[in-house]
Design a protein around this ligand. Structure first.
Ligand code: AGP
Length: 600
């Protein structure tokens, strides 16, 4: 989730690249860089990078001469957010510059081979290997060199390359978007149309597996076999603001819809190996403690069920702000700190306390190089990309993915998870993007239902076992986005008090997937409907029992019980979003709360 722009024309490239890049800053903002080629071949490649926002780059960069160039704003996924790791990245000859979005999953192997062949690396990034690969393949034709280099990389990517002595930009993509903007005597390339709308609305989208050559006067696209592809430009009618949100009315909805990609990226390179590297060599843990706040805490509660089921390790979960007051455990647990921002003061305090107590610590974070990453022994990054909406959505789902990976790791280490069980788990993890996409395809249906219940003042969410914390997260989303008083309960608890509040004005959302608690859930749902409360159930497709108990059903594709939290929470995210939309709430910036909470 970084931003890429490129320009080939007759005007000075530097100010245009910077202007385009600023429109992509919402995609990533930990470092930025620019490379310009001097067409008179006197200076060659001019490259400048800076840590921080684009404004820092702008204030520090020297004036560059040339009408061709590329620029990048980074959201770190591999390698810390430093000037060295910022893009563009160059090769040993310092004549090439490459910008990259995505992840090269086999970069370790490629890098090792390149180092053996004498290449010297200046960054920790996966992206730099591509600059060196192109360098080794470059015999004159830049398109050919890029095509050859592509054969050696695995993963997802958008690459854009320039080289001194070549009056063109070469671009390639696999699963990471790239669009060419057509101008008069000038052409552009970018990761999103947003970057280019000020200059042109005529766009050609590059497709997976294609390579493009862009010069000031022409654009050529080649398919995987090297054959030329003819494609008509499309006219984009979005306003700049629409484009920033990818055409979605709110960042929250955009981010909900990005979840299949976010999950895919979070899994990439982490489940392919038969015998993966353990998170901690030679350590075994008799128990685990998860510490986090808000939505991340609910991810932790789900994590407890996952770890206990897959790795058979007793797990406790605690709110970060309470952790430091808890007694020191004699059992020396592995402490897992979950925070999407990596900056939450309470969770940072908890991480320091855990270290003081002599515990091994793991951080699950979305922001590379954020404060938490300096406070823990090992970091598992979720690769959700920047989340702008205050409500955590794609970061929550990728936190769950990280917890499945952690549980697999612990289960393999203590031998409670067999290789066969791991393989079957991996199959389910690989299906997540499809399972989530299935739910997203039902957005219209969920919106109609949400409209029906949008005027409720109170709403209850019930679930059992691993879906109890999902009920809590559904309630939190409903509170913070739709301003409806929402509460989550283990379904069996209703009769111990909350039933007193249930009435025809308080709809109840029941998570009733077919697991070992299903029969009990049906009983709890009957208790609710007997009190006249409207009942909405989330269940498996093909369940013919559920409609007999409830007013409305939202169905999800059947998955093994331990994996149900992922599709179920996507239903509840859409539910909260459409409730909020129907009530006219300020969805991306709910009152009184902030994206990152840096006070205790
Ligand atoms: C959830 O939608 C909220 N944004 C909030 O509960 C959040 O999860 C909490 O503040 C923790 O943030 P963190 O993951 O950045 O630590």
């Amino acid at each position: 989730m970084c931003g890429i722009v490129g320009y080939a024309g007759r005007r000075d490239a530097q100010p245009i690249l910077l202007d385009c890049l600023k429109r992509l800053e919402y995609r990533g903002y930990d470092s930025a860089g620019i490379a310009v080629i001097d067409e008179n071949r006197e200076i060659g490649l001019q490259l400048f990078k800076a840590k921080g926002e684009i404004a820092v780059l702008e204030s520090q960069m020297p004036q560059m001469k040339g009408v061709l160039g590329i620029a990048h704003t980074r959201w770190a996924t591999q390698g810390k957010p430093t000037t060295e790791n910022a893009h563009p990245l160059s090769d040993c000859t310092a004549k090439l510059a490459v910008v990259h979005n995505g992840i090269i999953s086999n970069f370790m192997d490629v890098r090792e081979a390149l180092v053996k062949a004498g290449h010297k690396f200046t960054s920790e990034t996966d992206s730099e290997v591509f600059a060196h690969l192109v360098e080794s393949e470059l015999k004159g034709d830049l398109v050919k060199a890029v095509t050859k280099a592509l054969e050696k990389v695995e993963g997802t990517f958008a690459f854009v390359v320039v080289s001194a002595g070549h009056d063109e930009i070469v671009a390639a993509r696999r699963e990471s978007p790239l669009v060419i903007g057509l101008g008069e005597g000038e052409n552009f390339i970018a990761s999103d149309v947003t970057a280019l709308l000020k200059y042109t609305n005529r766009m050609i989208y590059i497709q997976d597996g294609e390579v493009a050559r862009i010069s000031k006067d022409s654009v050529s696209i080649f398919d995987q076999k090297g054959d030329k592809v003819e494609r008509e430009p499309q006219k984009v009618t979005w306003s700049l603001e629409d484009a920033e949100k990818g055409g979605y009315p709110h960042f929250m909805l955009k981010e909900i819809f990005e979840q299949p990609d976010a999950i895919h990226d979070s899994l990439l390179g982490r489940i392919e190996t038969v015998e993966p590297e353990p998170f901690f060599h030679g350590s075994s843990f008799s128990n685990v403690k998860i510490v986090a706040c808000g939505t991340s805490y609910y991810a932790g509660l789900v994590g407890k069920y996952i770890i206990e089921e897959l790795a058979k390790i007793p797990t406790t979960v605690q709110i970060s702000s309470e952790y430091r007051y808890s007694p020191v455990s004699k059992e020396n647990p592995l402490v897992v700190l979950i925070t999407q921002s990596g900056e939450t003061a309470d969770t940072l305090g908890a991480a320091r306390e855990a270290r003081k107590r002599g515990n091994k610590t793991i951080g699950i974070a979305n922001v590379v190089g954020s404060a938490i990453t300096r406070e823990v022994d090992h970091v598992v990054y979720t690769r959700a990309g920047p989340e702008i909406g205050v409500a955590a959505t794609k970061t929550f789902v990728t936190q769950l993915v990280a917890l499945y990976l952690l549980a697999m790791d612990l289960g393999m280490q203590n031998k409670s998870l067999t290789a066969q069980a791991r393989r079957s788990m991996i199959g389910s993890l690989r299906n997540f993007p499809r399972d989530v996409q299935d739910v997203l395809n039902k957005a219209g249906e969920i919106e109609s239902l949400a409209k029906k219940y949008a005027q409720a003042r109170d709403m209850f969410f019930i679930g059992r076992s691993i879906n109890f914390p999902i009920a809590l997260e559904g309630a939190l989303k409903t509170k913070e986005i739709a301003y409806i008083h929402g509460e989550g309960f283990p379904a069996g608890e209703l009769k111990h008090g909350p039933l007193a509040l249930v009435s025809k004005d308080s709809p109840v959302v029941a998570i009733a997937v077919k697991d070992h608690t299903y029969e009990k859930m049906l009983g709890n749902m009957s208790e609710v409907s007997a009190r006249g409360s409207p009942l909405i159930a989330i269940g498996f497709e093909g369940d013919t029992e559920l409609p007999k108990y409830v007013d409305d059903v939202i169905s999800i594709r059947e998955v093994p019980p331990v994996f149900t939290p992922v599709p179920v929470i996507v239903v509840l995210q859409l539910w909260a979003y459409y409730l909020a939309k129907a009530r006219g709430c300020p969805i991306d910036k709910p009152r009184n709360i902030a994206k990152t909470v840096t006070v205790e």
